[in-house]
Design a protein around this ligand. Structure first.
Ligand SMILES: NC(=O)c1ccc[n+]([C@@H]2O[C@H](COP(=O)([O-])OP(=O)(O)OC[C@H]3O[C@@H](n4cnc5c(N)ncnc54)[C@H](O)[C@@H]3O)[C@@H](O)[C@H]2O)c1
Length: 253
């Protein structure tokens, strides 16, 4: 494992074992970078093995990288087993399906609900079981989206999955907080990552999208990482079951 700096305001992650799913991609990569800088021992997990290896090489040399498919319950169980003891789970991996409901096939519906809803629930459950059994406590942060809180034209099944994750965060918090596992969520607005590349090709669409955000801009992976660190830190110990909207005010419009 790489020697990492513990300097900075979030030194409380020194030595913490942080499992980060979706760590080959935009937000997950930013979480790897931020938690390594705060002294954590990160474990990367993703379906994209080469992308994950690149992220580890650049940001966390020597960190464990576990390839898994979040649409496959056996693969999720194997991930939880291979990751070993975990202090913090950033339950972040997902994919976006852009399609009107009327055009979405039953197979596509099944896949997005398996990967984006059932998979994260199964992983949280497996990790929570270990945390509870060890009796050392832990934090599980589930990745929702602003689209869980408003109409999501063309992204209905994705939004349904995120709304389900938001509800799961509440219920898991009620069940697991008394056992020492704190569960919280974050619901970012639009962030420039690979997931939103399709929106950036069209300048008019991009401008119209930004015009809907009271903050007048999209968010950045780095600022979401800092909010995630706050939510996972002891400073947020009394935040239980909440999903924090970090959307520049988008859903208020
Ligand atoms: N980018 C945004 O605007 C935005 C907004 C709100 C919420 N989110 C959420 O943030 C999280 C990260 O998104 P991102 O923007 O970094 O997207 P991204 O596409 O850059 O990264 C997603 C990562 O998840 C991985 N992944 C996808 N399917 C998987 C599977 N079946 N098994 C394992 N890993 C899989 C991908 O390989 C990728 O590395 C997602 O949950 C997304 O829904 C993103």
């Amino acid at each position: 494992m790489q020697a990492v700096s513990s300097s900075g305001p979030m030194g409380e992650f020194q030595g913490k074992r942080v499992l980060i799913t979706g760590s080959a991609g935009g937000l997950g990569r930013a979480f790897v970078e931020a938690f390594v800088a705060a002294g954590a021992r990160v474990i990367l997990a993703d379906i994209d093995a080469p992308g994950m290896a690149r992220a580890a090489d650049e940001l966390a040399p020597g960190a464990a990288c576990i390839t898994y498919d979040q649409g496959d319950l056996a693969s999720i169980a194997a991930l939880a087993e291979a990751a070993g003891p975990v202090d913090i789970l950033l339950n972040n991996a997902a994919f976006l399906l852009v399609k009107p409901v009327l055009d979405t096939t039953p197979e596509e519906m099944g896949k997005i609900l398996r990967v984006n809803l059932l998979g994260p629930i199964a992983l949280a459950r497996a990790v929570a079981e270990g945390m509870i059994a060890r009796g050392e406590g832990g934090v599980i942060l589930n990745m929702s989206s602003q689209l869980a809180f408003c109409g999501a034209e063309g992204r209905a099944l994705y939004a349904v999955a995120k709304a389900g994750i938001t509800q799961f965060t509440q219920t898991a918090a009620v069940e697991w907080t008394p056992k020492g596992v704190r569960v919280v969520g974050i619901a970012p607005g639009r962030i420039n990552t690979a997931m939103t590349t399709y929106l950036r090709g069209d300048a008019a669409m991009q401008a119209a999208g930004i015009a809907r955000v009271p903050a007048g801009r999209y968010g950045t992976p780095g600022e979401i990482a800092r909010i995630v660190q706050f939510l996972c830190s002891p400073a947020a110990d009394y935040v239980v079951g909440q999903t924090l909207l970090a959307d520049g005010g988008y859903v208020l419009g």
